[in-house]
Write a protein that binds this ligand. Structure first.
Ligand code: BTN
Length: 254
């Protein structure tokens, strides 16, 4: 990895309770905090997921937002928004495997980590405009370690279910931060291609027939056999009419 440039050290801002680490990251950006700042909270009162859904945030799980800001010579982070999700998902999966080496984990493209088919982690990437500076990328990570919600439209799980006890959030963070630095460091310099093989190895539903919702309202769908991920991080589906490449969508099986 000749071109690997380690990122600046993280600066961690820790809160006992906050509305949402994403919101706090926005407030901190208005004060011009540097890139690689991490906002960490024991619990959130207004945690949110994709499509404005609430994200239940009781104490015991990991709630954090990583602020990425472009550095001179780097492409604007906005160009990386989708792909950074994939890198972060990979880092979360690898950290979970440090703590639970035999856990049946798989990455559900593009944003989720599944434990035995149930959602264990969600990632929310948001691009934020910053006055007089380039936009910043906020990567929100919620990892279910000790609790998971029931009664959602999908099954959820927490990592403690496959361990003797629930791992503490700081243990998970300690395992994840070096991996996250390495993965994002490679990605920001070389792009997604060097990470593609590892992502593919952990990709859920590979070789299976899948249905992809193409919009948040779930009115447009496409179907095919999930055959892989291309070098731009897009999902590749095989079907009777050839290959389709999907840039955004929500994957379900039949
Ligand atoms: C999803 O819908 O799957 C994404 C969930 C993202 C949740 C995390 S928890 C830390 C950060 N703060 C939030 O309010 N949301 C993200």
């Amino acid at each position: 990895m000749m071109n690997f440039v380690p990122p600046a050290p993280y600066q961690i801002r820790q809160y006992r309770e906050i509305d949402s680490t994403q919101e706090e990251a926005r407030r901190l950006l208005a004060q011009d905090v540097p890139g690689w700042t991490i906002v960490l909270a024991n619990r959130q009162t207004g945690g949110r997921g994709r499509f404005g859904r609430p994200w239940a945030s009781p104490e015991g799980n990991l709630y954090m937002t990583l602020i990425l800001r472009p550095r001179p010579g780097q492409p604007p982070v906005g160009t990386a928004i989708g792909l950074a999700n994939l890198c972060v998902g990979l880092a979360v999966a690898e950290a979970a495997l440090v703590l639970a080496p035999d856990a049946p984990l798989a990455l559900k493209w593009p944003n989720d980590l599944l434990l035995d088919g149930a959602k264990m982690c969600g990632i929310l990437s948001e691009l934020v405009q910053v006055p007089h500076a380039d936009p910043a990328l906020l990567i929100g990570i919620g990892v279910n370690l000790a609790h998971h919600p029931d009664g959602l439209a999908y099954r959820a799980a927490h990592l403690g279910q496959v361990l003797e006890g629930n791992p503490a959030p700081h243990m998970f963070l300690d395992a994840m931060l070096p991996i996250l630095s390495q993965r994002l460091g490679v990605f920001l310099v070389e792009g997604f291609e060097p990470l593609r093989t590892e992502y593919l190895a952990r990709l859920a539903f590979r070789g299976e027939a899948v249905r992809i919702a193409l919009d948040a309202e779930r009115t447009h769908f496409t179907e095919g056999v999930l055959s892989g991920i291309d070098r731009h991080g897009r999902l590749v589906l095989a079907g009777p009419d050839g290959e389709q490449v999907i840039s955004a969508g929500d994957v379900t099986t039949f």
